[in-house]
Design a protein. Structure first.
Length: 95
């Protein structure tokens, strides 16, 4: 059976890897989904969360903040709040 290469499959695979704690694999799947979905803010937030979970907080936060500057998307904003909670910087989410 041939592999199905849709954005949804890549994102779901990324979710599975993320939940298993395999953040490198999760990020790679989310990046693939992002390319296939042409810039979905929700998927971008997942890419950034996986990046942050890989202990690259500055890189992930910077990318999320850049996304918020370009588009005031709920998905990007939600990702930033989740990232700040994950990093125990809840007070920075109020601004």
């Amino acid at each position: 059976m041939p592999a199905i290469n849709t954005a949804l499959v890549a994102e779901t695979r990324g979710d599975a890897y993320y939940n298993l704690g395999q953040f490198d694999d999760a990020r790679a799947c989310y990046e693939a989904a992002l390319k296939r979905q042409n810039g979905s803010a929700g998927v971008l937030a997942k890419v950034c969360l996986a990046t942050i979970s890989r202990r690259q907080a500055e890189r992930g936060l910077s990318r999320l903040q850049g996304a918020l500057r370009r588009t005031r998307s709920c998905g990007a904003h939600e990702g930033l709040i989740l990232a700040l909670v994950f990093l125990n910087h809840i007070e920075n989410g109020a601004g």
